[in-house]
Design a protein around this ligand. Structure first.
Ligand SMILES: NC(=O)c1ccc[n+]([C@@H]2O[C@H](COP(=O)([O-])OP(=O)(O)OC[C@H]3O[C@@H](n4cnc5c(N)ncnc54)[C@H](OP(=O)(O)O)[C@@H]3O)[C@@H](O)[C@H]2O)c1
Length: 232
């Protein structure tokens, strides 16, 4: 199941899993490029409508899926917020919207849908390199970074709270990719990121526990390891 599959990385993740033979339930907020695939993939592709910050709708979708099994749940939906604005100048309502969309919404959805994912299944969120505290040497994206750190911390807590249930939990770093959010100067094309990210997810299937991993399948540092301040 792909949450937020209308464009960019979410659409590409849905397409990649369809190409690899998966049955995909993909959520979008409105009509999207995904609709064109319905004819190609037939009943292997199910499209549902969801805004992840519409809390009653998330609950209703979870209830509607009752009895289904989701082997892989990927929560991709996210927004960037102001990129260059210092945190002190960010409108509190904008800050709240980014935090709700990028941190609370994915985690709340996972808590509502986790029982549909079996012990051997995987739950993944689209985190970011920008959430690594120790790798933050350039600032910018301040609101976004804070939201993805909150997402990582929340995923870790959720996975620990639910550890008796098994499952693999992944905070994914797709690399800096040319999408509407990543922009035209990003290092990677979607084709350079998503097949490898999909391999990285598959490689950890059944592993259990929680990991912060990049599209090359490598572990990313969650935090500073007592290293000296980078600005000195
Ligand atoms: N691109 C990168 O370099 C990069 C790097 C690291 C992490 N990421 C993360 O990867 C994910 C996808 O990024 P992207 O580059 O593909 O971004 P994007 O091109 O801006 O696409 C964002 C996606 O999220 C959906 N979305 C946003 N808010 C939503 C909500 N409230 N409910 C449901 N769907 C919502 C959008 O749907 P609509 O079409 O309806 O707006 C769209 O499908 C994000 O979580 C992002 O933070 C991206």
């Amino acid at each position: 199941m792909l949450i937020g599959a209308s464009r960019g990385l979410g659409l590409a993740l849905a397409e990649e899993h369809l190409k690899r033979g998966w049955r995909v339930i993909a959520s979008v907020r409105s009509a999207s490029a995904l609709d064109a695939h319905r004819g190609v993939y037939g009943e292997r592709l199910e499209v549902v409508t969801l805004d992840t910050t519409d809390w009653p709708a998330v609950d209703a979708l979870g209830e509607g899926l009752s009895g289904r099994q989701i082997d892989l749940l990927i929560v991709n939906a996210g927004i960037s917020g102001p990129i260059t604005l210092p945190i002190g100048d960010v409108d509190p309502d904008v800050f709240t919207k980014v935090m709700l969309t990028n941190a609370l919404a994915p985690l709340r959805l996972i808590d509502r849908f986790a029982h549909l994912v079996p012990s051997e299944g995987t739950i993944a969120v689209l985190s970011s390199d920008l959430a690594s505290i120790s790798r933050n040497t350039i600032a910018t994206w301040e609101t976004y970074r804070m939201s993805k750190v909150a997402l990582n911390m929340g995923l870790r807590s959720l996975s620990i709270r639910r550890r008796a249930e098994g499952r693999t939990y992944l905070a994914l770093c797709p690399g800096w990719v040319r999408t509407d959010m990543g922009g035209p100067n990003a290092h990677l094309s979607i084709e350079e990121s998503i097949p490898r990210l999909t391999d990285a997810i598959a490689a950890r299937a059944g592993e259990k526990g929680v990991s912060y991993v990049n599209y090359q399948g490598q572990e990313v540092a969650w935090e500073a390891n007592g290293s000296a301040a980078v600005w000195r």
